[in-house]
Design a protein around this ligand. Structure first.
Ligand SMILES: NC(=O)C1=CN([C@@H]2O[C@H](COP(=O)(O)OP(=O)(O)OC[C@H]3O[C@@H](n4cnc5c(N)ncnc54)[C@H](OP(=O)(O)O)[C@@H]3O)[C@@H](O)[C@H]2O)[C@@H](O)CC1
Ligand SMILES: [K+]
Length: 467
C-alpha cells in the first residue's frame, strides 16, 4: 500500500522529530536524498556528475534550502551549479552559504544550457499556483532538460493535487518523509513524474490517503478454491438498461462476468441484447449476493432502486439509480453499499455545484461517505474511494484519460458489483474494481471502446496475481 499524509500531519511529525535532533539535521537528510537522485540521473544521462550543468530554481523558504544544500553536494562532486532565486532578497541563508562554499554561483536569469533543473521554488508551504516571479522562472526552464521537483512540483497543492495557476511539470519528484496526497491525485499527480520517497525518519500516524499496489489487489481478489461452486463464488444481479439504453445493460454484464462472481443474473428490459452477447447470463429475478442497479436505467425506476435497497444483499448504485437517494435509507442498511457517482452525480447528491466537487474532490468524496453512510467511489481522472468512519481515502493509481469514454462506467459498475458478490467490502470492491478497470484500459491503450476494457479485464487480473 502506498500511503500519503496531509501537510498538517507531516508538519506535526517533523516538529516532533526536529525537537530530538540538532538544528538543520532534517534538511541535510532531505538534501542528501535529493542530491543522490540528481546524481543518479546525471550519471545515467551523461555518464558522470563531474562537469555537468545543474540549475537550481530557488524559492524563499525551506524548499529552496533543500535545493541549495543538494546543489552544494553536487558542486562538491564537480558539477557546475547555478542558483536562480525567485526573490534575491529571500534565500535560505545556510543553504546559500553552503552552495557558495562549494563553488556554486547565483544568477538572475535561468541558464539555457543545462543538464538538469531542480525545482526548489515551493514545497508544502506553497499556497495557490506560482505567483508571477516564480512563474517567470518556471517558464524559462529549457525544453527537453529533465526537471527534478523538490518535495512536490511547485504550484501543486500538496493536500489536494489542485493546480490553481502556473505550476512546474517534473520528470521526477523527490519527496521527503511521506507522499503528499497531491502527488497521487490529479492534476498534481500527472505533474509529478516518477516519485522517489526519501526517508527522513518521520514517525507517522494513520494515513489520510492510500493507493493500492499490485500485491494489495492480489491479496483482496477472490480466487476460487477447489471447493468453490458457482453459488459459493457469489451471484451478482444487474438491474440496468432500458429500451433507450440497452447497451448499458450489456456493458454492465460484460464487467460483471469478468469480476470473479460465479454467475451473473440480469433483470430488466434488455434481456435479449444481453443474451445475444452473453449467453452465460441468468435472466430474471432470483437470489444474489450483490445487486448492481442504475446504469442506463432511465427515468421512473425509483421503485426498483428502493426494492433493492430494502433487501439484505450488498448493493452498488450507479448512474440513474443515484437520483434522489435518501441518506436515511442508506444509513439504515446493514449489508455493504457502494455508490459510484461521477462529479455531476456527486454534486447532485451533495446539493452543490459540479465545479465545487471538481475543485475539491477529496473533501467531496469524504462528505458523501459520511452523509450516506456508504462506501463512495467518485469517478474522475483520479478515482477516489471513501467509506464512512474510515480516515484514509483510496486513490486509484491506474487508469488513463482514454477511460473517459461512453460505457466505461457501466463496465466498472458490473465489475465492482461482481467483487461485492465475491465478499469484498464496499471500499475494497470499489478500489479493486477501479484498479483492474484502469489496468485493463492501459493494456488496451489508445482510443478505446468500453467493451474492449471489459475484454482486457482477465489479463489485468493476471497482471496483479502473477506479475
Ligand atoms: N520542516 C522540515 O523539517 C523540513 C522541511 N523540508 C522542506 O521544507 C519545505 C517547506 O518549507 P517552508 O515551510 O519554508 O515552505 P516552502 O514550501 O519553501 O514555501 C514557503 C515560502 O513560499 C512563499 N509562497 C507561498 N506560496 C507561494 C506562491 N504561490 N508563490 C510564490 N511564493 C509563495 C511563502 O512566502 P509568503 O507567502 O509568506 O510570501 C514562503 O516564504 C518542504 O516542502 C521541504 O522541501 C525538508 O527540508 C525536510 C525537513
Ligand atoms: K518544489
Amino acid at each position: 500500500m502506498r500511503t500519503a499524509y496531509s501537510v498538517e500531519t507531516v508538519r506535526a511529525a517533523e516538529r516532533e522529530l526536529m525537537a530530538r535532533l540538532p538544528e538543520g539535521a532534517l534538511m541535510l537528510r532531505a538534501a542528501a536524498g535529493l542530491a543522490a537522485v540528481c546524481a543518479g540521473l546525471l550519471a545515467r544521462r551523461r555518464g558522470r556528475v563531474y562537469g555537468s550543468r545543474v540549475v537550481l530554481l530557488v524559492g524563499p523558504g525551506d524548499n529552496g534550502g533543500d535545493a541549495l544544500y543538494a546543489g552544494a553536494r553536487l558542486a562538491r562532486r564537480g558539477a557546475g551549479v547555478t542558483a536562480v532565486p525567485m526573490d534575491p532578497e529571500r534565500m535560505h541563508a545556510g543553504g546559500l552559504a553552503a552552495l557558495r562554499a562549494a563553488g556554486g554561483r547565483v544568477a538572475q536569469a535561468v541558464p539555457q544550457r543545462a543538464d538538469l533543473v531542480v525545482d526548489g521554488l515551493l514545497g508544502i508551504g506553497g499556497r495557490g499556483g506560482l505567483r508571477p516571479a516564480g512563474a517567470a522562472l518556471a517558464e524559462r526552464i529549457p525544453p527537453g532538460v529533465p526537471v527534478v521537483a523538490v518535495d512536490l512540483p511547485s504550484g501543486v497543492d500538496a493536500d489536494t493535487g489542485e493546480v490553481a495557476g502556473p505550476a512546474v511539470t517534473a520528470d521526477v519528484t523527490v519527496t521527503f518523509g511521506a507522499y503528499k496526497p497531491g502527488l497521487l491525485i490529479d492534476p498534481g499527480a500527472s505533474r509529478a513524474g516518477a516519485v522517489h520517497l526519501v526517508d527522513i525518519g518521520l514517525e507517522l500516524p494513520e494515513p489520510e490517503v492510500e493507493a493500492l499496489q499490485h500485491a494489495d489487489v492480489a491479496g483482496l481478489l477472490p480466487e476460487p478454491t477447489a471447493s468453490s461452486d458457482k453459488y459459493r463464488r457469489g451471484v451478482v444481479g444487474i438491474v440496468a438498461g432500458s429500451a433507450q439504453y440497452p447497451g448499458a445493460a450489456v456493458l454492465a454484464v460484460a464487467g460483471a462476468l469478468r469480476g470473479g462472481a460465479g454467475a451473473v443474473r440480469y433483470v430488466g428490459p434488455a434481456a435479449d441484447s444481453v443474451l445475444a452477447r452473453y449467453p452465460e447470463t441468468l435472466i430474471g429475478p432470483g437470489r444474489v449476493q450483490a445487486w448492481v442497479i442504475g446504469p442506463g436505467l432511465g427515468e421512473g425506476r425509483a421503485g426498483e432502486v428502493a426494492d433493492v435497497l430494502a433487501g439484505d444483499a450488498a448493493v452498488l448504485v450507479d448512474a440513474d439509480g443515484l437520483r434522489g437517494l435518501d441518506p436515511a435509507v442508506l444509513r439504515a442498511r446493514t449489508a455493504p453499499t457502494l455508490l459510484t457517482p461521477h462529479a455531476g452525480e456527486a454534486a447532485a447528491l451533495l446539493g452543490v455545484s459540479r465545479e465545487s466537487v471538481e475543485a475539491g474532490r477529496l473533501a467531496a468524496v469524504r462528505r458523501l461517505a459520511e452523509r450516506y453512510g456508504a462506501a463512495v467511489l467518485l469517478k474522475g481522472s483520479t478515482t477516489l474511494v471513501a467509506s464512512g468512519g474510515v480516515r484514509a481515502v483510496r486513490v486509484n493509481p491506474t487508469g488513463t484519460p482514454w477511460l473517459a469514454t461512453a460505457g466505461s462506467g457501466d463496465v466498472l459498475s458490473g465489475l465492482a458489483g461482481s467483487l461485492l458478490a465475491g465478499g469484498l467490502s464496499g471500499a475494497d470492491a470499489g478500489s479493486v474494481g477501479a484498479y483492474l478497470h484502469g489496468l485493463a484500459a492501459r493494456r488496451t491503450g489508445g482510443p478505446l471502446l468500453a467493451h474492449q476494457v471489459a475484454e482486457a479485464l482477465p489479463a489485468a487480473w493476471r497482471d496483479t496475481t502473477h506479475p
